[in-house]
Design a protein around this ligand. Structure first.
Ligand code: MG
Length: 281
């Protein structure tokens, strides 16, 4: 696959039933790179040939495959704790197996990174859950390493300090971060720009997503169209420049209404393009 230009704008886009149509959706925004979301219903083994052919027929570059799992629910903070990632034991075995399937699918498409939310990493390093997450992260890093892939954690459900300590404890060189500034705000996990600076050495990729802090009494904020939330994107871009970040600026927008989503993505592309120009990036 072709490499991306430094700070090229990309998109998180989700594999639909037709690979060709999915890639046309991305190209329709004038984009040629992105992270491919793999929904729980996609039969990776059955679909991989179709995806390989569709990708060969376009100039699209997929920078990572993004895992999401059956049963995940981001509706409120309680449901996130109960359903997202690997923190709940009942989901663990099937999700580890699914992540390995997605890693294989990605490798067959020439994708060098696999990303997901593993769930809230507890601050208490001596807790049983912390050790369990550390061990399964090692297992997933090693599975990805067999395909020469990085295993990439989404940020934001814990503080940058906790995440940094966790990365040190996992002790795997192919463990990286997908830094999502909006998640830091949505989950009240700290200032996104300071967090990005702290985690700089481990950041492989970023999401350009925006959000609003939780209302009083709620543990989870809500996503906003890029530029309409609390992320200071000029400061975010300045920090990326300071870090000499060369990856994709991957827009992520989880808006349920398809037409609104298209409008928001177009607007996000226009805003990022204008800010980059303004900052000489
Ligand atoms: Mg994200």
């Amino acid at each position: 696959m072709a490499s991306v230009e430094p700070l090229e704008i990309g998109l998180v886009f989700w594999a639909e039933e037709s690979a060709t149509k999915t890639l046309q959706y991305l190209s329709g925004f004038g984009l040629r790179a992105g992270q491919l979301g793999v929904p729980p219903g996609l039969n990776c083994a059955e679909k991989v040939d179709e995806w390989r052919k569709a990708l060969q027929a376009t100039p699209v570059t997929v920078t990572s495959v993004v895992c999401c799992y059956e049963g995940e629910d981001y509706e409120n903070i309680e449901r996130v704790h109960e359903t997202v990632g690997f923190t709940v034991p009942k989901y663990r075995a099937e999700r580890i197996a699914r992540t390995k399937e997605i890693s294989k699918f990605g490798s067959e498409l020439g994708v060098s990174a696999v990303s997901c939310h593993i769930g809230f990493i507890p601050a208490a390093r001596q807790s049983a859950l912390y050790t369990e997450l550390r061990d399964l992260t090692r297992e997933l890093c090693d599975a990805c390493a067999a395909y020469r892939q990085d295993f990439v954690l989404e940020t934001g459900q814990e503080s940058a300090e906790v995440l940094l300590g966790f990365i040190g404890d996992v002790e795997r060189t192919n463990l990286k971060i997908n830094f999502d500034p909006a998640n830091m705000i949505l989950y009240g996990s700290g200032d996104p720009i300071a967090a990005l600076a702290l985690l700089a050495d481990h950041v492989l990729s970023v999401h350009c997503k925006d959000g609003l802090a939780p209302a009083p009494g709620l543990g989870l904020g809500r996503e906003a169209a890029l530029g309409d939330g609390e992320v200071d994107f000029r400061a975010f871009l300045a920090q990326l420049k300071k870090m000499n970040f060369k990856g994709l600026l991957t827009i992520e927008r989880e808006e349920p209404d398809p037409q609104t989503k298209i409008a928001d993505v177009r607007n996000a592309i226009a805003r990022l393009t204008a800010w980059k120009a303004e900052m000489g990036m």
